[in-house]
Design a protein. Structure first.
Lengths: 307, 307
């Protein structure tokens, strides 16, 4: 029995170390050196090559290395009847909540602006922005924790999701019909949706046109949630005042991309949801033991819903 | 009967407007046009000229325009037996708490660093800093609200003050003997003290030498709490990793001051504790009515303690 690390664009060294440090860890192999294919019971997966998971006839668990599973589900040759789990942890959620709070505080307190004034040796003070209405698109684990953190910090938070949610102090909008309404009063629009065909390009001209004029957009979901051209247009015509972006359709963002030099766009290089490798190791080994003992899995993905 | 606005370096227009908008507001006069001096029952004061308060024989209340009163108490010719009040409000405290949280998040998440990378078209991601120990020097109203906000956001908070404080989840250090100890484990040292002879220059070489190596210093008290030369030395020898400064010994900071171009210093132009003029007007008129009716005052200053 063995666990296979099947990771593209991620260095497996740290995860391997954390797995091996746990008691009862089976053999760990690192793709493409999978060894005897019948041994592989569990694959830890990130941006795997199409069809490769079919090479392992005894696979019992496909564990996503991250919170998102769109890279797994988009494989047309995904083995059937193998459960998929995703990574959900407090570190990731609290880290995301911190990032979103930092982005909002930076905007409200004009911190980046003062940084630029400092560089230019200009003393010019202003007031904090008053607007504290935040709408979070996507009220899963990350959205809920982020929303609760913002409520605690004095923000008026609404959430939009596929189905209605009951979360204290957070107004729930749901379904396609309420999407426009959900952003109509928001000073900040935060995207924390899973990427699905229905949510691809959801941050677009149509949505921006129903937003409060001058709203700030924060994309911490996936790059493909955002229609980049539509954002540039909305910034140009001031329908959207500014944006904080952590994710991009192409990462790293190509050096000739207009976002780099845009004065209204605050970029970070996909840092808001970096995976805590020690936590990943713990969760996956727990599910590995569960699947071998026919116990229900933690954080199992429903392929129909794509999360 | 009249209220006198005796403000230096502050435009009185907005405060006058907010005072006049309140019911039962007496006549408002703006220094130096004080009119008949016997009329003046209350002076709203900011950086007044020495001795000027003695011109008003019927003065019943000296109301500080801001939270600090050192400018009032430093007047050697201050009229005796006239009570002094200071401005304390939730807006100021929550604003201060937001500023300190923003400063810490910016440091922990490397937001300013990413801003510089963006300007240089460099994609290079890192992890959030783990250190979450914060020591707040000064546990008055601002320190307590800031500390509670940080605790809510997952920080481990200690406070140092003149006398012992009982605040939930905040360890209390007190007295000169415990000052060094209070900063020995802090990743962030936040100064929110009142400025008194005992606290002038408290952020100095001696204190830095007892801090955890690589601590980040946040000065939101008064500029004179900080020994500027000692900070530059501590940054140079890396005992202190970086600093966020909102207040300075001379404001605006002279354009040839080394802080402007220092890569480890994040400057803002005294924005963390900007006074909400509407709140000032309400509080002072309330105290004005109290003093006329021999009622106890809100937020009265003890001149012995200087706060």
């Amino acid at each position: 029995m063995a666990i296979l690390l099947l990771l593209n664009q991620v260095d497996p060294t740290l995860l391997e170390k954390h797995l091996k440090a746990l008691p009862d860890c089976p053999q760990v192999r690192i793709w493409p050196n999978a060894g005897e294919k019948n041994d592989i019971k569990c694959a830890i997966v990130w941006k795997h090559d199409e069809g490769v998971l079919n090479d392992f006839p005894n696979l019992k668990l496909i564990a996503s290395y991250g919170a998102g599973v769109e890279n797994i589900l988009s494989d047309p040759a995904l083995p059937e009847n193998v459960p998929i789990t995703r990574f959900v942890d407090d570190t990731l959620s609290s880290q995301m909540a911190e990032y979103v709070l930092a982005a909002i505080l930076n905007h409200r307190l004009h911190i980046t602006h003062y940084r630029e004034l400092q560089a230019a040796t200009v003393w010019n003070s202003g007031e904090f922005l008053k607007g504290k209405n935040v709408t979070i698109l996507g009220m899963g684990e990350l959205g809920a924790v982020t929303g609760k953190s913002l409520v605690q910090n004095g923000y008026i938070v609404s959430g939009w999701s596929r189905s209605q949610k009951q979360i204290e102090s957070i107004k729930s909008y749901y379904g396609d019909d309420q999407l426009r309404l959900s952003v109509s009063d928001a000073d900040y629009i935060v995207c924390l949706l899973p990427l699905t065909p229905a949510t691809t390009g959801i941050l677009n001209k149509e949505l921006f046109s129903h937003a409060k004029k001058g709203a700030h957009v924060i994309n911490v979901g996936r790059g493909d949630h955002l229609n980049e051209e539509d954002l540039l247009d909305a910034l140009y015509n001031q329908q959207i005042s500014s944006a904080t972006l952590d994710v991009y359709s192409t990462e790293p963002l190509p050096s000739d991309h207009p976002f780099w030099k845009h004065p209204k766009i605050h970029m970070t290089p996909h840092i808001a949801s970096a995976t805590d490798k020690e936590q990943v190791a713990r969760q996956i080994l727990e599910n590995y033991n569960r699947v071998l003992n026919d116990m229900p899995l933690n954080n199992q993905v429903d392929p129909e819903k794509a999360y």
